[in-house]
Design a protein around this ligand. Sequence first.
Ligand code: UD1
Ligand code: CA
Length: 456
Amino acid sequence: MAIKTIILAAGQGTRMRSALPKVLHDIAGTPLLEHVYETSRKLDKNSIYIIYGHGGDTVKRQLEKLDATWIEQKEQKGTGHAVQQAVDYIADDDTVLILYGDVPLLQHHTIEKLLNKVDDDSLALLTVNLDDPNGYGRIVRNSEGRVIRIVEQKDADMETLKIKEGNTGILAVNGGKLKKWLSRLESNNAQNEFYLTDVIEMAVQDGLVIKTTQPESQDEVLGVNNREQLAYLERVYQSRRAKELMQHGVTLRDPSRVDVRGSFESLGRDIIVDVNVIFEGKNTIADNVNIGPNCIIKNATIQAGAQILANSIIDEAEVGPASRVGPFARLRPQAKLADHVHIGNFVEIKKSTVGSGSKVNHLSYIGDSEIGQQVNIGAGTITCNYDGVNKFKTIIGDNAFIGSDSQLVAPVTIGAGATIGAGSTITRDTPENQLTLSRVKQISVSHWQRPVKKEQ
Ligand code: UD1
Ligand code: CA
């Protein structure tokens, strides 16, 4: 059976009070609509149709990469009208699944549960029991407990409003039947809209059984209508991710103070993560890595036993085994540390390799460099890699020792075993195993007197 997933995403989202279309607001850095897309993509034999409208071009442009068919709903005349826009794509023997671009946290297994209930004689409907069903369509059941219709809040009488079982809007049904019912929808209701929910009563009249199922938790079917709900669902999402990490064997010092905005290409065991750490993009983190508080780890590879100390940023960089970075260090794209490297406070490394056992412990900028093994770079050393127009390379051989506060003006090569005297400005290549320094000779003036303040 082929599944056609229709994601409704044409609504305006006025209550977001935003210039950005609602479905482009993000949870964990990913647009709401993309969350829904990703969940439905896990289904077999599924093609995805996105109904867009309000701010549609922006939505389409930003999410064009999604493997989906975009269908415009020019005017938003209700959920039924939205689904009508897709009828040309629905074959009679398809199963149609209806999802919502602003209901981001629906889980895959809930969809599976729903799809397991649908067949030629049954429509599958996801409902939810709510303490406060305000705003939801109400599920009306007959004396035998069978669903007979859905009544929208605005069309409901006092009795119906007491019903606590709400419509999530998520349903699955045979395509041929749905098309027939859609063509018969009318808008003579409180909102003058074409309600998708009206197909329930039509299905019952045609002898179908409405089979309901419920999500594991209400959070799965909550929609985003305002920023408060967005923030709430962000937390729900993050607590799911934190649980996954712990189940995998990661220690989180506080599961409510870690944010995962992306995925892990691979994740080892006995990783320890202190508070307020943000993981972004695709990270690879090996066994026994220790990450201190307030770090941002983005598209990084961190190898076994490495330590990232407090307040460090690792951005598209690689930290080798048993290396130590931070506190307050910044590794920028294409920084690559071998094993047992130490990078200390207020050190920035960009597009550079640092060899095994080398140390850059304090207040340095290393850019476009190749640093050998067992090199010691003193405090305040700067590679001057940029002349304002072009970038140049600095190469430092094994066992070199760069004295504090040196400037290495690239292109330049420091020979293996070379020592650079503190405070030098190095503009030419330096030989191996020699001391090179460039400083004005120190002098002392014996009869010099300090100036004294003039009388006024
Ligand atoms: C809908 C249901 C209601 C259910 C509730 C759950 C109907 C008639 N009612 O009500 O039973 O309890 O969702 O949240 O279906 N949309 C379009 N085009 C349109 C109208 C809506 O794409 O013309 C999209 C919206 O972007 C939104 C979704 O459909 O994602 C739901 O629309 P909304 O207007 O919020 O429906 P509700 O009144 O909340
Ligand atoms: Ca709604």
